[in-house]
Design a protein around this ligand. Sequence first.
Ligand code: SF4
Ligand code: FES
Length: 737
Amino acid sequence: MSQYIKLELNGKTVNGIQGETIFECASRYGIEIPTLCHDPRIEPHPSCNVCVVEVEGLPDHQPSCSTKITPGMKVNTATKSVIKARKSALELLLNDHHTDCKLKEYATTYQVEQKNYSEKFVEYPIDFRHPFIKIDNNKCILCSRCIRICNEVVGANALELIDSDFKRIMAPVMGLSLQETTCESCGLCLTTCPTGALTENRNFKSDSLPLESIETIDVFGSEGYEVNLMHHHGQFYKTESRTGEINKQGYINRRILFGHKLFNNPGRITKPWLKTKAGFKEISFEEAYELIFKKFKAVQPDENAFFGGARLTNEELYMIQKLARAGFKTNNVSSFHYLGRGNGYFHNSNENASYCDIRGASKIFVAGGNLHYDHPVINHLIFNTKFKESIEVVHLTHLKNSAFSKKADQSIEIDNYFHFIQAVNRYLIANKLQNELFINERTEGFEAYKKVLLAADYSKMLQAAGTDEKTVAAFAHSYNNEMNALLIFQEKALSGNASMAMHNLAMLSGKLGKTANGLIALKEKNNAHGIFDMGVCPSIGVGTEPILDKDRQYRMKFIWKADQLPQSVNKLEKLLQEGKIKNALIFGEDPLGCAFDKENIKKQLESIDFTVVQDLWMSDTARLADLVLPASMPWEFGGSYTNSQRKIQQIEKQIEVNIEHDSFRQLATLLEKTGLSSPKNPRKALEEAISLFPRRGDYKSLNFNYMNADNPKRQFDFGCDLLHKTIDEEFAEKLGW
Ligand code: SF4
Ligand code: FES
């Protein structure tokens, strides 16, 4: 609990919080103190002396970034002698350095001029070897922020200070090039460097351009981190992290940090294109809508299929399923990304612990592959907690000698997550170690689950898991007995049934839904949770409720003013495999480009008579389509994403683009063509969607679900998304990942 202490800041009595520094306390009171070697995301390591202040009773100036406040302390932050000391510090730093950025800014504020370079001046060659990160030691002031953030937050330890030509410089460890080290290319070092010594390695200079920002949410990661896309007249130059409700520390996902350039793709589709014998030709939006309507109406309702990807906004997803269900009377609506992967994933998102809980965990279990590549910001939260709180990190993985395991305290290598967790659950029950209180009060179906699980063949389970009883028992005790145990797992690596088994484990141990406990399921794409919430799944309606539920049907009919709704649910994957789909509308997914088995998916797509694909530029799937529509990004029309903590995050329309009908208008027009009314704008669409959400009491009972086999089918990589695929392939190609 915070304890307040009284002190004086520039003659005024203020309330300081026990443990905070003078800089932190002054910042809370709006008093600006310059800092260069300090970044609130890492531990203070005073070296630049720019933040000095006067503390009455102490002979020397004190670095405010590291000096803790004490009761009765009297601090002056801007006396003549403080300003003089800061000027001297800046002069020293300016000497011998080419400068710009924060150092230059302070030099101007404090009217410090750069003196001629000293005789010892050495000009360092700029290191361009890393494809994404440029190192210019001529601008480095040796503040070590990059080194510390790499050690304290990333856990990669890829940078160090070394001696070169009788001078200290910052460099990748052991004299290697950055990409030869343990560098994870997360780019966090760029975000902390105050002088521009570490910057994005790009082949153009944008420093003189006035950039405007678009406030958005990361369009790659399901964490929902706030970012600003910096552009000049729609040309994107960089991405900056933005602290916010979710992004408390100012971290950033490497995909969006280096991926802003994707939005400058010159091949951006802006008009509908119809395939003809002579190739694609431009047609009007009206012609495109008419063609879609005619084709989709000409066949039986269940011969149509509708797909919405996890990059789309909630509003687009909602409109797609409304178009399918109320407009064309079919429940054939899904995302390729989740096709045939069962219902195991949406359970966990519903009860995810929050990312803030990572800081409170006493032990963290990570299940999956190289989490730091797939979810860098979660990696940062985990490793900064490990650094600060000295907690243990256990990695449960299917990979041999994985890079992430090397960063963890313990690595457990297995063959199969589903069987491993099922074995852990069985061990807990067989040894009566389950949390009876939680199970009795919060859950349903335990007795039935217990019966079938105990009857299952344990040795076969262990064999399929690729482990032994000792390992299972140790894991079970370790997770079950830990006061604040967080189990973080990657959907990318775990099947839907493994995800369900994790959910059962969190219930058995009584940890589900408790602070700094339970589960965090990490989804592959930014709006993967929105897919479930918006009912883009044959058997699930808006609000993740069963689609054929009578009350649900009544509400949908009432709100949509629809006279009739489809009464059957098909296995869409099977219909596709059997060639029974005649028309398909694929919004924001690239199943062919992202398929593991391209031949099989190509065959399925080619069996469809009429395919419409909406995307940003030509994907492999779009090339195969009969009609291509232009897609929009959320900052071009406004919409929301739901992160994997179920937080709906709004993105406003902030830029005009040269597309006559944006994504929302396309869907609205198609809806109206079927005779339905459409929400007037994305905000109204979200309101309509939310009006269909179930009204839940505070407590909804949690159910145990037994699965007797695994369902490891994941047909598509990159979240089935063209944007994701493009940036991941660039990383793979340039870094050999
Ligand atoms: S590269 Fe930047 S962050 Fe790293 S030591 Fe130099 S100035 Fe500091
Ligand atoms: S910011 Fe405090 S010493 Fe550098």
